[in-house]
Design a protein around this ligand. Structure first.
Ligand code: FES
Length: 257
């Protein structure tokens, strides 16, 4: 059930260059089940900035939940300035997340996260490892100062890191690492920038692939149509899906990305 709640800030700290981890306390956490869902956070009191910010859920805990955001622009700067103990207005959980049940015990799931697409992979890795799925995580960033959650993901399986400038891990893109895994994946789950998702879709690295199109979000609640994308079977026509309410997670081949 979707609810709106004033959630108390338990912690709000930088974990990489302009990347913040925010832990919120609230009954909302009991409504959360799927990784890849998101919450809509009101970053300021009053109407400035007017819009809420859609932020994906990184971890669902008992009585609290964790979200991770990039500080860029006025809204998220206001959020970064908020201190422990105060409350923020949160709406959620929203959207359809990753179908963890599609990965069976004993199978290998490869989780791919790029930049702020990494956070939902943490909750997914946790859920998959708990039911006996072999988890391999591949995370990609621009450079070493942007890297986060490598250690956290390592709790659940092997982790590979790629940086574009080569300052940490392997130089290049997450797909360079995926290329090297040669048929190991039974299923791929990915979240990150659109070019990364396109490359993963085209690479067909596993029999099943699920992609989260987070970058295409606007209002987050089905009202603005900023997030619509065409379905693959009708790429020029009137058949479309809303990323915020039909997604953000889609099976590869379902929509035009
Ligand atoms: Fe506004 Fe989806 S983001 S309708």
């Amino acid at each position: 059930m979707i609810r709106q709640e004033n959630c108390k800030i338990v912690s709000n700290r930088p974990i990489a260059d302009n990347i913040f981890e925010l832990v919120l306390e609230g009954e909302l956490s009991a409504e959360m089940a799927q990784s890849g869902q998101f919450v809509h956070v009101k970053v300021a009191d009053g109407f400035d900035p007017l819009l809420r910010r859609p932020i994906s859920i990184a971890s669902i805990n008992d009585g609290s939940f964790t979200i991770i955001y990039r500080r860029q622009g006025k809204g998220t700067s206001l959020l970064a300035d908020k201190s422990i103990g105060i409350s923020v207005d949160v709406l959620g959980p929203l959207g359809n997340g990753f179908p963890a049940d599609e990965a069976k015990p004993g199978q290998t799931a490869v989780l791919v996260g790029g930049g702020v697409g990494v956070p939902p992979m943490y909750e997914l890795a946790k859920q998959l490892a708990r039911k006996g799925v072999n988890v391999i995580s591949i995370i990609g960033f621009q450079s070493s100062n942007a890297v986060f959650y490598e250690k956290e993901l390592a709790e659940f399986g092997e982790v590979y890191v790629a940086t574009v400038d080569g300052s940490y891990g392997r130089k290049g893109f997450v797909t360079d690492i995926l290329d090297g895994l040669e048929g190991q994946a039974d299923i791929v789950f990915a979240c990150g920038p659109t070019p990364m998702l396109r490359a993963i879709e085209n690479g067909a690295y596993a029999p099943k692939t699920y992609l989260s199109l987070e970058e295409r979000m606007g209002c987050g609640i089905g009202a603005c149509f900023a997030c619509v994308c065409h379905t693959k079977d009708d790429p020029q026509g009137f058949s479309y899906k809303k990323v915020c309410s039909d997604g953000p997670v889609f099976q590869a081949g379902e929509v035009v990305i």
